[in-house]
Design a protein. Structure first.
Length: 737
């Protein structure tokens, strides 16, 4: 361990003729930053104006820094000088710095003399920190990473810590820092490391950072970055440089009116515009689908000027007729200009439909050449801020939604292309910004276990966080899976807030975040100011915040599909021991490999451990099934192709009563010992009964071609998740846990 010397600076105006005093603009200079930091109980270096010699003795080692407006890296402009204190020399060098800074196009803010602080280093290990406090849509966020001159290089290898101030306490933050590589370096807990500071002083630093976030909020800052924060010979954290930004605060989002989710889940009446007598059109197909909903019979009207009746449904001339007889849902399958006019009329008359589904695109997207989106957004925002009535708008460019438990389908996909759900609904909410993505999931999973499927379209009004928040009090919703392509301003914070509420109720949330990039993710994280203001990897930021709120992310669409299979069938599934059973040895091997780690880290789902009693019971079953000397009573349980259905079923019963929380059963169907024809339905029902009786999720793996589609369907019809490969089942579990 060695003591090195570093500097810190505080910008003050250099007394000079004709100087312009610094204003309180967007750039927060070091003098202001250090004044704020000092109030948090962190100790900035001793500093003074260049013309004030009262704090330094002649010949004392100091650091002179020249500062300019928006100068974040002073050394690059030759504005940092280590020297012995002498007032004449200081003034002479400050004048030279001023010339260099102004030549680079920056307004001169002055210069400051800072004490030369001895800081502790431990060989090549990173002992300096970069601490960034950013005011984001999700509140104040602290990012702590490797700092100093090598911050960019180190940031590519040492992942920073990210803490939402409102969601993470200083106690939790310290515990995570203590386990992090940087914490182990500072506390000397790594092998061969020497302590730089103590646990008490590191805790005090974290407490001060949380306090500083409140100070920065009260003072109107959006960003305060300290780099480096080093440790002196006494182990005290010393911020040696600091800058910040002020800026206008974005207006808060105006959420859609409450109650829209009830209108989507339990639609009692519908009006639809854009229906033609000719089959095949968008409006006509929507009508064909919604007319199949039993509870809507006699409660569907068509907006059709000049007609009294169309296809057996009453017609109205326009939305004015809905003033006295409003509907829950108004579906607009008409062009963008006409759709916008309809919504404007609804708002002007103060009622008519609680929810409006806008099918047309060209409103607030790349095809909007006439500003329809801006016009409608301004109308909704103004009306709501004034306390006037508005409907909730789903879309534009919305494919619709469906509720299997009610037989409701408002999509424009013909029934022959997309058969209706096979069961009476469930508890999974499946949400998507892409209608096509949602249709693919519906086609693959047949709507089983689904409470609602909804395509949100362009989210001009009703967005993902609005739906999540609306689902919080819906007791039937016990899991959520969502496809997300991005967050518009204000949506991330609202999504985090809603996710926390759902997680507190025990609702599991899985998101597939599309549009991802991996190149430069870790490198971008090293410059946290850029990271949190959108100039670097926003995806990592989103993910960190949402993970804190209880959200789990799928890495691939296959992972997402596997996760929703588990969640749709067993919404109460929770991480814990997993028992794997197969009649093929390779599945036991691949399943064990897949379950072992996720990105090098242990997951919540792990291989179960057999008790002595369970092992004994398995031994008796193995002997009774004629598998003695062939099968070992261990996990994963390789029953070999010699096993009949009864052996697989009895093994599942034994393990479900034991320590396993989840079972994955592989049934490779090629052996003649398995009945894969009509009798398979009896086996499938028996497995479903075990899952229900023991309260343990059971997933079935059938790794075979289309010739065994009927065999696979037998288990699907029993509501069990069925996977093509053992790894798929494990990927789903890893995504959930």
């Amino acid at each position: 361990m060695t003591l090195m010397t570093e500097s810190a600076c505080v910008v003050e105006t250099l007394p000079r003729q004709g100087s312009v005093p610094p204003d309180r603009g967007s750039f927060v200079c070091e003098s202001e930053a250090y004044a704020l930091i000092g109030r948090s109980e962190l100790a900035p270096p001793r500093h003074s104006r260049t013309g004030d010699a009262s704090r330094f003795k002649k010949g004392e080692q100091v650091v002179l820094k020249g500062l300019g407006e928006d100068v974040w890296h002073k050394s690059e402009l030759g504005a940092v000088q280590f020297m012995a204190f002498d007032r004449a020399d200081i003034l002479r060098e400050a004048a030279a710095m001023r010339e260099r800074i102004q030549k680079a196009g920056h307004r001169w803010l002055g210069a400051l003399v800072c004490e030369h602080i001895d800081i502790v280093r431990v060989g090549w290990l990173p002992t300096e920190l970069l601490v960034s406090l950013s005011r984001t849509e999700a509140g104040w966020v602290v990012v702590l990473g490797a700092g100093g001159m090598s911050a960019d290089t180190l940031g590519a290898h040492v992942a920073p810590l990210l803490w939402p101030v409102d969601a993470v306490s200083p106690v939790v933050a310290f515990s995570e820092l203590e386990e992090h590589f940087l914490g182990r370096v500072l506390l000397g807990t790594g092998r061969g490391f020497t302590a730089v500071t103590s646990r008490e002083k590191l805790k005090a630093m974290i407490d001060s950072i949380w306090k500083l976030a409140g100070i920065a909020e009260a003072d109107g800052l959006n960003l305060l970055e300290m780099n480096p924060v080093a440790f002196d010979a006494d182990g005290d954290a010393r911020p040696l440089d600091a800058v910040g930004l002020r800026g206008a605060r974005a207006p808060s989002r105006v959420a859609p009116p409450a109650g829209f989710i009830e209108c989507l889940l339990s639609t009692r009446s519908v009006a639809i515009a854009g229906v033609s007598a000719t089959p095949g059109g968008v409006g006509r197909t929507i009508l064909d689908n919604i007319m199949r909903c039993p509870s809507l019979r006699g409660h569907i009207v068509i907006l059709k000027p000049g007609a009294k009746n169309l296809l057996g449904f009453p017609c109205i001339r326009g939305v004015s007729a809905l003033t006295t007889d409003p509907v829950d849902l108004l579906l607009l399958a008409i062009p963008a200009p006409a759709a916008v006019e309809v919504v404007e009329k609804l708002i002007a008359q103060g009622g008519g439909a609680r929810v409006v589904g806008m099918v047309a695109g060209g409103i607030g997207d790349g095809a909007d050449r006439l500003g329809f989106g801006a016009r409608l957004s301004a109308l909704l925002s103004d009306a709501r801020r004034q306390g006037r009535w508005t409907p909730a708008i789903v879309g534009p460019n919305s494919m619709g939604h469906w509720v299997p438990g009610r037989g409701l389908d408002t999509t424009f996909i013909p029934r022959e292309k997309l058969p209706e759900a096979r069961d009476a609904g469930g508890s999974l909410a499946l949400l998507s910004q892409s209608g096509a993505f949602l249709l693919c999931r519906r086609s693959r999973h047949h709507g089983r276990g689904l409470l609602i499927g909804a395509a949100l379209g362009n989210q001009m009004d009703v967005s993902l966080p609005d739906v999540l928040d609306a689902l919080v009090p819906v007791a039937d919703c016990r899991s959520v899976a969502a496809y997300v392509e991005g967050f518009q301003p204000g949506q991330l914070a609202a999504t985090v807030c809603a996710a926390r509420k759902l997680a507190a109720r025990g609702v599991r949330i899985v998101i597939h975040r599309a549009g991802r990039t991996t190149a430069g993710r870790m490198a971008a994280a090293s410059h946290t100011g850029a990271l949190l203001t959108g100039n670097a990897d926003q995806l990592m930021f989103e993910r960190a915040l949402l993970t804190r709120a209880g959200v789990r992310f799928s890495e691939t669409v296959a992972d997402f599909d596997a996760a929703i299979q588990w969640l749709a069938a067993f919404p109460k599934i929770r991480p814990g021991p997993v028992a794997m059973i197969s009649n093929a040895g390779f599945e036991c091997v691949t399943g064990t490999d897949a379950l072992a780690t996720k990105d090098g880290k242990a997951t919540g789902f792990r291989t179960a451990t057999l008790t002595h009693a369970t092992t004994s019971e398995l031994e008796r079953m193995i002997m009774a099934e004629g598998l003695g000397g062939i099968v070992n009573p261990q996990l994963p349980l390789d029953l070999t192709p010699m096993a009949r259905e009864s052996a697989c079923l009895r093994a599942a019963e034994i393990l479900a009563r034991g320590a396993a929380e989840t079972l994955v059963v592989g049934l490779v169907p090629f052996t003649p010992r398995l009945n894969t024809g009509g009798e398979a339905r009896l086996s499938a029902a028996a497995f479903a009964s075990v899952a229900k009786t023991c309260g343990k999720p059971i997933g079935i793996v059938i790794d075979a071609g289309e010739v065994f589609a009927e065999f696979r369907s037998a288990f699907v019809e029993q509501g069990l998740p069925v996977f093509d490969r053992f790894e798929d089942a494990i990927r789903g579990l890893r995504t959930i846990g």
